[in-house]
Design a protein around this ligand. Structure first.
Ligand SMILES: Cc1cc2nc3c(=O)[nH]c(=O)nc-3n(C[C@H](O)[C@H](O)[C@H](O)COP(=O)(O)OP(=O)(O)OC[C@H]3O[C@@H](n4cnc5c(N)ncnc54)[C@H](O)[C@@H]3O)c2cc1C
Ligand code: SF4
Length: 338
């Protein structure tokens, strides 16, 4: 048993004060990732700050016509919120494709962004892992790497980000509101998560002591032509091998604007502006989508056990875009099951 201090914050300012200058402190929200990591001896916080009483549980319409989602809104409440179901169905679908109902009931919006990779070596403390112990090496590069990255990896780490929700947030171009001892700031979603480079221990650009207060969605939700497609080993309760969040704005059969992001392929939800640009102004058909896939996968690199992901990512992208073009999403958030 490793001892740790427990503190509870009632206001955001308390949470910021409690964490300030204490590199061994961690916030806990739903606890569905942090507590597992503590039990497995991967995370050893000296202090755990419970943020569940903070007033960050509301979903509000912004003056720009978007949505501001408090960091403590539970994944279930977000997926079933009428404004999300109506205006951002790709987000509702992505959330419902993740974890299990019980986990979604606990998991928070902020915690989902900060969940850590599911690379099994990261959880296995007897094996080298640069993310867990910088400089120790990467067991996955020459080990079992079936779930790992094909885009944006480095010699230091080939892990992927495991979230479904974040793939939809990347495609929707959400913003992350954070606050810390030096004040508030807003981070574009594309800049929130990091590629591994030579600092794989850092998953995000959140600074030490900063807390996520909200995630903001812009007004545009691609609610007509969208899809969240997730390919995994089981039909439920499994992380993505490859996933795609896609949204199209169509003018007849011509694409006015295309957005897509991929999960399960990189250290962060993967957007590629060049591949998206290959779709704009083009007819919404398989030939166009295949050209975008060529651009997307131009630098893809597989390892011993995950080369199949190159072809899988191509097929997933094509299917997701075809479904979006036909307005037939893969998975709709369905009846509420508690
Ligand atoms: C068995 C299992 C299967 C799963 N399957 C999926 C899946 O298929 N798809 C998927 O997307 N997810 C999946 N998940 C992951 C789950 O969605 C995450 O564990 C959850 O979203 C984390 O949220 P939380 O509130 O419980 O975070 P916590 O565990 O409380 O915290 C996670 C991290 O975030 C930090 N943190 C939390 N809130 C804040 C904040 N507001 N500001 C700053 N730091 C904060 C904590 O310090 C900690 O480092 C699965 C989890 C489990 C256990
Ligand atoms: S891929 Fe990343 S998380 Fe996995 S063993 Fe290598 S360094 Fe660790």
């Amino acid at each position: 048993m490793i001892n740790f201090e427990y503190a509870r914050a009632d206001e955001v300012a308390d949470a910021v004060r409690l964490v300030a200058g204490d590199p061994g402190a961690k916030f806990v929200a739903g606890g569905t990732n942090l507590i597992d990591l503590m039990k497995m001896d991967v995370e050893r916080p000296a202090k755990v700050i419970d943020i569940n009483r903070l007033p960050l549980k509301r979903i509000e319409i912004t003056p720009e016509g978007g949505l501001r989602i408090g960091a403590l809104v539970r994944n279930t409440d977000l997926a079933y919120h009428p404004l999300v179901e109506q205006h951002y169905p790709v987000l509702a679908s992505a959330i419902m494709a993740g974890a299990s109902q019980q986990l979604r009931n606990m998991a928070s919006t902020g915690g989902n962004l900060l969940q850590r990779t599911r690379c099994h070596y990261f959880y296995d403390t007897v094996t080298p892992c640069n993310k867990r112990e910088p400089g120790s090496g990467c067991s996955a590069i020459n080990g079992h790497n079936r779930m790992h990255a094909i885009l944006g990896a480095s010699e230091e780490c080939i892990a992927v980000h495991p979230s479904d929700m974040c793939v939809a947030l990347a495609m929707l171009e959400a913003k992350v509101h954070v606050t810390g001892a030096s004040g508030d700031r807003v981070i574009a979603f594309a800049d929130f998560h990091r590629l591994p480079g030579d600092t794989p221990q850092r998953d995000t650009n959140l600074e030490a002591g900063e807390i996520i207060t909200a995630v903001e969605l812009p007004a545009k939700g691609f609610a007509e032509n969208y899809t969240y497609l997730k390919i995994r080993d089981r039909l439920s309760y499994a992380f993505a091998l490859v996933s795609v969040a896609a949204g199209l704005q169509l003018d007849g059969e011509t694409i006015k604007e295309a957005r897509f992001a991929l999960g399960g392929v990189a250290h962060k939800p993967w957007r590629d502006p060049q591949a998206e640009a290959a779709l704009n102004g083009q007819p919404a058909n398989e030939a166009t989508f295949a050209r975008a896939a060529d651009v997307l996968l131009r630098d893809a690199r597989g390892y011993a056990h995950n080369s199949f992901k190159n072809d899988l990512a191509r097929r997933c992208l094509l299917r997701a875009l075809m479904q979006a073009a036909h307005g037939t999403p893969q998975l709709q958030s369905s009846k509420k099951i508690m």
